[in-house]
Design a protein around this ligand. Structure first.
Ligand code: SF4
Length: 463
């Protein structure tokens, strides 16, 4: 957030300089929403602090998708019960969308809750709270046909998240997202292109990640498509790299596969959640594809672009998953040879179809299956990453670190692998946000060490 004046006046209230502490849980969409929230709060004279004890406003941006994120939120909220009364405490995000009223009732320290569709009204809600109106919940849906926003940047990095579609129409049987984020609505292609042009031109952004719960369904509601949008973004001068996440296998079109063959600014990475290798489990999950179809997509992507790296999500122990069904997932992992997987044991989400299924699996079985999946994947990952050794990759340096007293720079490849490299002896260049070439020298299942080859510089100065 920018430097704020000592006092600003909004309506009937003075807003002296105040501090906001915020904790975000869950997916990149949530992190991006938090950025929007902070940007709005900047207009009410708030600056961000990472010390909760210094904050005048404590905000939680919650996630209802994963059990762990859910539990963490409730535990962190519980810890705020001792916070002094003049501090405003609020919760937004997916849990607040579905349980806002109950949360405010149950937790005496919680002043208000706000849903996923009203984050652009956060200023009004904070204004209301400081005017003395507490204990309210705003979880209304935005009923307008259009989805129109402008991306807000509150940081000084050359990377930006850009929402292009919100909501989801898929209703997978285990997922709460369609109930917390509503139906799919895409931004107009022209608006997204102008937004990214503005980010590149005025905020020095070089890498964008296009976001959506089901991002490759983009444009279905208004006759446009993700492949079309990627083609237009490719033309923007100064934009170096385009990523997008998260995709649904049902919506991977031939045009999208083709885009990965043709567009050199498009990252060589596709995160394509498969969830299970068993067709009967996929049916119970209401995923609308088979494991055969999924593997065909993977093969098509790799044929179109041999550098393509595919990552996925797996749910271990979906209700009543048999040993045979679990083995189908093991087979799929061996066939697909993913670069990385996010694997979780199944946990029911209140209000979803799968939460109402009778289930014979125990936590022990689920954990054992998850472990088998992780062990196998670790072996696959080791082999997959070994193939990188001796090859040169272009990375955007994102962080300075150190190892045993020596400087290490961390960068990300186009295929989204984290790479650590040591500068040559005597080289004290500040490589942060430079594009550099590195040669991979050694790999493990989870890391890649590299040596510096050449510097392409910062490309552009950024804000
Ligand atoms: S496609 Fe993704 S966001 Fe949509 S319901 Fe299925 S799991 Fe949830």
């Amino acid at each position: 957030m920018e430097q704020q004046p000592a006092v600003i006046r909004v309506g009937d209230l003075d807003f002296p300089a105040r501090k906001v502490w915020m904790r975000t849980y869950g997916c990149q969409m949530n992190y991006h929403d938090s950025e929007r929230i902070l940007s709005h709060l900047g207009k009410l004279n708030f600056t961000a602090t990472d010390k909760q004890e210094d904050a005048d406003l404590v905000l939680f941006n919650t996630c209802a998708v994963r059990d762990l994120a859910n539990l963490k939120f409730y535990s962190h909220l519980g810890e705020t019960s001792h916070i002094k009364k003049d501090v405003v405490i609020a919760a937004g995000g997916c849990i607040a969308q579905t349980e806002g009223k109950d949360l405010v009732k149950k937790y005496k320290q919680l002043d208000f809750a706000f849903g996923t569709d009203v984050i652009d009204n956060i200023g009004e809600m904070v204004y209301r709270a400081y005017a003395g109106d507490r204990k309210f919940s705003v979880t209304t849906w935005d009923r307008s046909e259009d989805y129109s926003i402008e991306t807000k940047i509150t940081h000084g990095t050359p990377q930006a998240f850009v929402n292009i579609i919100k909501g989801c129409d898929k209703f997978c049987s285990y997922c709460i997202v369609p109930f917390t984020r509503g139906r799919e609505k895409s931004r107009r292609l022209e608006e997204v292109v102008k937004d990214v042009q503005r980010l590149v031109e005025f905020s020095g952004i070089q890498e964008v990640t296009l976001l959506g719960q089901n991002v490759n369904s983009y444009g279905k509601d208004n006759g446009e498509s993700l492949a079309q949008l990627l083609g237009e973004l490719q033309k923007i001068n100064g934009l170096e790299l385009i990523r997008y996440t998260t995709s649904h296998p049902y919506d991977v079109s031939d045009e999208l596969v083709d885009a990965h063959a043709k567009l050199n600014k498009l990252a060589n990475h596709l995160h394509l959640p498969v969830q299970s290798g068993s067709n009967t489990v996929l049916q119970r999950m209401l995923r609308e594809y088979t494991s055969e179809h999924y593997l065909q997509l993977v093969a098509k992507m790799r044929a179109a672009n041999p550098e393509m790296v595919i990552t996925t999500d797996i749910i271990a122990g979906f209700p009543n998953e048999t040993e045979e069904e679990h083995q189908d997932t093991i087979k799929l992992l061996k066939a697909a040879r993913f670069d990385f997987i996010y694997a979780y044991t199944y946990s029911p989400r209140k209000g979803t179809k799968s939460a109402r299924m009778t289930d014979v699996l125990t936590d022990e079985i689920r954990s054992r299956r998850l472990q088998e999946i992780m062990d196998l994947q670790e072996d696959i990952q080791k082999e997959v990453r070994q193939q990188m050794e001796g090859k040169t990759y272009r990375v955007l340096v994102i962080e300075k670190g150190s190892y045993k007293g020596q400087t290490k720079w961390n960068g990300r490849t186009s295929c989204n692998r984290l790479v650590h490299f040591t500068p040559s002896e005597g080289d004290v260049t500040d490589y942060l946000w430079h594009w550099v070439d590195v040669e991979i020298t050694s790999t493990t299942a989870f890391s890649c060490q590299a040596k510096f080859v050449r510097d392409h510089g910062k490309k552009r100065t950024h804000a």
